[in-house]
Design a protein around this ligand. Structure first.
Ligand code: PLP
Length: 426
């Protein structure tokens, strides 16, 4: 097949290719990326490069085309890209599982390697429901969460996404009906903690688990909350026989200034999901970790196995890159890098507060958010960022950034300027 020109490529893209949350045929031309290196995306139309302010949706924490990750991938391709995981095992998966057990909160001991974040949440929910079934309490099958969350696009995860502001309101009435409490306030409020305790107590007989994103709610609204609420959840769940699931798919691997956000509260959940940055953004892989209690409970049941087994479970190529990515992260002073970016974003985003229509500016770890008092004009905001040489992907009323940890100070400043420009134009 001959190489496609950019106009040809865009025409075929529009006609045949779905994009995230996109219409068919496509209505807005995406930018065509030719390659990516470090923190820069090279565009195919010859217009140059953009600094990536998105880390490809939280994942590319080490930037692109990283020699260490490339080497891990190439080495593994030479041995085997994939082999089934039923009846077979291999070093990359075993090493990755051990690595995750070692670095995650104490008590998480067993690892299910899934192929995407949403699937890891499905597995987490299945673990919790099956746990209670095994213990002879099948009525415990609902989930409780707070509003403003996002847990993925497959069925169970959709049911715990924010039912109103979220992207899944279309499906209300079709999805499993879960228990929702109000969104967590940024600061600790005893009245909200009481609300959490009361809701868990009231629904304890039908609740399998509480599932939340700890400390940072991502795609549900880019909101931050006090880690103290995580301890409230832990205590209430323990008191009322409810499992606690942390979805660390966005927050894991240092993004919030702790390796896992659960550490801000020194809380161990019963089940934890990781994904996104797990492979440094190179390949799709996620994992669901659980405690010995959950695994033992499942194993004591009538069906003493976890009935889940994706074709590409434990993919050796992804697992090898994930091991390399974790080693790369832990082999450096990642916390200083995240703090450095935090400082840069605080300084760089402060001027946004003066922009008419800006409602809030907030920064935590390597996450910067500008919230408007109206929905963003996506086209205008994106174009304004591109003019500053930066790739951003705003949504709803939010213009936000979570740069790769390797982003230099000048590029952090440039990203912040682009966010401000997008806020002015959007
Ligand atoms: C992105 C995300 C998911 C879904 O992961 P996918 O790999 O896109 O399926 C789930 N939970 C959270 C918190 C996320 O940020």
């Amino acid at each position: 097949m001959p190489e496609l020109s950019v106009p040809e490529l865009l025409e075929l893209d529009r006609r045949h290719v779905w994009h995230p949350y996109g219409p068919m045929p496509g209505r807005v031309d995406p930018l065509v990326v030719e390659s990516a290196s470090g923190v820069r995306l090279r565009l195919a139309d010859g217009s140059g490069e953009l600094v990536d302010g998105m880390s490809s949706w939280w994942s590319a924490i080490h930037g692109y085309n990283h020699p260490v990750l490339n080497e891990a991938a190439c080495g593994q391709i030479g041995r085997m890209s994939h082999v089934m995981f039923g009846g077979l095992t291999h070093e990359p998966a075993v090493r990755l599982a051990k690595r995750l057990v070692d670095i995650s909160p104490d008590g998480l001991e067993h690892v299910f390697l899934a192929d995407s974040g949403s699937v890891s949440v499905e597995v987490a929910v299945k673990m919790c429901l099956q746990y209670w079934r095994s213990l002879g309490r099948p009525a415990k099958q609902r989930l409780l969460t707070w509003r403003g969350g996002y847990h993925g696009d497959t069925w169970q995860p959709m049911s715990v996404c924010d039912p109103e502001g979220g992207m899944h309101e279309l499906w209300s009435g079709v999805l499993p009906r879960q228990v929702f409490v109000g969104p967590p306030p940024a600061a600790y409020e005893e009245s909200y903690a009481e609300e959490l305790r009361a809701a868990i107590a009231r629904h304890a007989d039908e609740l399998a688990a509480v599932i939340v994103e700890p400390v940072v709610q991502g795609a549900g609204g880019m909101r931050f909350h006090s880690p103290a609420y995580l301890r409230v959840l832990r205590e209430a769940c323990d008191a009322h026989d409810v499992l606690l699931v942390f979805d660390e798919i966005a927050t894991g691997f240092g993004r919030t200034g702790a390796l896992f956000a659960a550490e801000h509260a020194a809380v161990t959940p019963d089940v934890m999901c990781v994904g996104k940055a797990l492979t440094g953004g190179c390949l799709t892989m996620a994992a669901t970790l659980c405690t010995a209690r959950v695994a033992d409970g499942i194993s004591r049941g009538e069906v003493p196995v976890l009935a889940h087994g994706p074709t590409f479970m434990g993919n050796p190529l992804a697992a090898s890159v994930a091991c390399a990515s974790i080693d790369l992260l832990l082999g450096q002073d990642w916390l200083s890098e995240v703090k450095r970016i935090e400082t840069g974003l605080r300084e760089g985003l402060a001027p946004a507060l003066e922009v008419p229509g800006v409602k809030d500016v907030r920064v935590l770890g390597a996450i910067g958010v500008v919230q408007l008092d109206h929905d963003v004009d996506m086209r205008a905001a994106t174009d304004a960022a591109v003019r500053e040489g930066v790739w951003l992907r705003p949504f709803r009323d939010l213009i936000y950034t979570m740069p790769p940890y390797v982003t230099g100070d000048e590029d952090v400043a440039r990203i912040a300027r682009a966010v401000c420009a997008a806020a002015r134009e959007g």
